[in-house]
Write a protein that binds this ligand. Sequence first.
Ligand SMILES: *[C@@H]1O[C@H](CO)[C@@H](O)[C@H](O)[C@H]1NC(C)=O
Ligand SMILES: *[C@@H]1O[C@H](CO)[C@@H](O)[C@H](O)[C@H]1NC(C)=O
Length: 343
Amino acid sequence: MDSLGLCILLMVLCFQWTTAPAAEEITWTYTGLVGQTEWSEYFPDCAGNAQSPVEVVTTQTKYDPSLLPLTPLGYSQHGNKPFAMYNNGHTAVIELPEWMGLGGLPWLYTAVQMHLHWGSGGPSHGGGEHTVNEMSADAELHVVHYNSELYPNMSKAMTQSDGLAVLGILIVTGEETNLAFNNILNYLGRIRHADQKVFIPAFDVQTLLPEDLGRYFRYNGSLTTPPCHQSVTWTLFNERIQISPAQLLKLETILYSSKAEDPDRMLLQDNYRTTQPLNHRVVFASFSAESGRELTSGEVTAIVIGVMCGCVGLAVIIRFIVKTIRFFTLLHRESVVLGRPSQ
Ligand SMILES: *[C@@H]1O[C@H](CO)[C@@H](O)[C@H](O)[C@H]1NC(C)=O
Ligand SMILES: *[C@@H]1O[C@H](CO)[C@@H](O)[C@H](O)[C@H]1NC(C)=O
């Protein structure tokens, strides 16, 4: 190699060394130096006009009767091969076998992975990403699929507008322990630090989903983490699933975003993005969000008791009015009777 060649090579190396690190190498976070508001400086798609998550205002959703119940394919045929689960410093990711998929969309979508988003303040203190009528859930599960009819793999599909389909499941806190959730929670202790990986027994992934797969919201959006590609057909189920307060506490306090060798441990908490402007987008509903709602047994009881109380109250009022009228009629007659002699 001549000196000119060497010089050019050195310049090229020098240039590569001084240019900004590739976006993939940027350690983004939810708060701090490369927090949510800074994501778009390194990942331009995060400043797009069709970002996720969004706030769903049910009265502004558009009922679309063509939205049929979603059909998870092979979710229950988990087989014997363990699932890989790892801590990527942002969440716990569970890899899913390629025979799991989604039916009910214009294309066949193949499952890739699922992961969670959560908060830090316990029940009713946020943690979910999507909000419905300004209500935040305590956590949110995302099951990620790619369009395997059009694209060869996830990395190719994630940049295409029809590339991904993600199921969003809102998680709230209730009394009972969610046994399906323990299939994940029981093993989080083995991946406390970023980059740690564990194999967990395969389980029926459908048991994590709500029972009612017929009622959901559908809109076009994005990945909720960098690089925020606007490639996701979102399905947000109307029914929320429940976990116990102890399960939520475990989820919120067990993982670190820091690596095992890092001297400063950082708890992995509040890994949810704030809702993004809907802009021109319409959120469709597979059900008539306002009128078609079924009542819970509690609500039925409340209505029956309410109606009964109302009837009793009305009876009391009518009786009072009748009595008052009788009293005044009587009083009037008596005054007429008494009044006569003085005339
Ligand atoms: C995904 O598919 C593209 C296009 O065929 C290919 O270039 C790329 O190497 C594949 N990536 C992975 C991770 O398999
Ligand atoms: C998403 O975008 C595609 C392409 O623009 C459009 O055909 C489809 O109706 C949109 N879906 C929703 C739910 O808005």
